[in-house]
Design a protein around this ligand. Structure first.
Ligand code: F6R
Length: 242
């Protein structure tokens, strides 16, 4: 595990974007695994800047997003489709046909999970998977449980997750109860995983996940088993690591 602690959010964002830019410069056809939420927004901003400066192109790349809320159409301002357009896709040259996000409005959700798994299988391997971390230790929307699912599946969101994400919705009851998420098997299959964690409120969970026992009740603890894990922390999130 390669763990880096940054004094400022700006340095962290530049480092995160730099890793992605470096990958695309050496492998323009890279397959990227992308996350949403507040954590990667600054990294995406830096990626857009690099693209505008002509340092990186996404023309030959492919992306797979981790998750999407069930029931939110792409044009809903809190859907992850909308988020990706707003923060990244509308500013870069990644072909829409290769920007994959699970469809939370599919009538047949099990069929949609199968479709997404098939696309992931066809892509063989994600070269770089970006991850944020939930306060409960979730990665993607793989919530703490006695067992975890390997492939893309439908999840019931924990009350804590819905509360954490209520800040983005008008009313807490508007937060969807279910989501589609890539499974931990797919996440762990990525060649490199880039876990990004910011803020004092995540210091305890990131420390437990990366140094404590590996258990499905803290899904992110499984990342300890990954041979190529890069962790980017700000000082607040990294304060328990000496
Ligand atoms: C988002 C995702 C989630 C978030 C996590 C942290 O695609 O998969 O696991 O990364 O909930 O969210 P933020 O960054 O908003 O604290």
């Amino acid at each position: 595990m390669n763990r880096l602690i940054f004094r400022s959010t700006q340095e962290l964002n530049e480092a995160g974007a730099g890793i992605i830019v470096g990958l695309l410069q050496t492998n323009p056809k890279a397959v990227l695994g992308l996350a949403t939420g507040s954590t990667p927004i600054g990294i995406y901003e830096e990626l857009v800047k690099s693209h505008r400066r002509g340092l990186v192109s996404f023309r030959s790349a492919t992306s797979f997003n981790l998750d999407e809320y069930v029931g939110l159409p792409p044009e809903h301002s809190q859907s992850y489709h909308y988020y990706m357009q707003q923060h990244l896709f509308s500013h870069i040259d990644l072909p829409a046909s290769r920007a994959n996000i699970p469809d939370g409005t599919a009538a047949d959700l099990a069929g949609e999970c199968e479709r997404y798994n098939k696309l992931l299988d066809d892509a063989k391997q994600i070269d770089l998977q970006v991850l944020g971390l939930g306060h409960n230790g979730h990665i993607g929307f793989n919530e703490p449980d006695q067992s975890l699912v390997s492939g893309t599946h439908v999840v019931t969101l924990e009350a804590a997750t819905r509360e954490a994400n209520a800040r983005f919705f008008d009313k807490p009851e508007d937060v969807p109860t279910h989501a589609l998420t890539m499974g931990v098997g797919t996440i762990l299959k990525a060649k490199t995983i880039l876990l990004v964690v910011r803020g004092a409120d995540k210091a305890d969970i990131v420390f437990r996940a990366l140094t404590g026992p590996i258990k499905t009740e803290i899904p992110a603890s499984l990342l300890q088993t990954h041979p190529n894990l890069v962790v980017l922390l700000d000082e607040q999130a990294g304060r328990l690591f000496s």
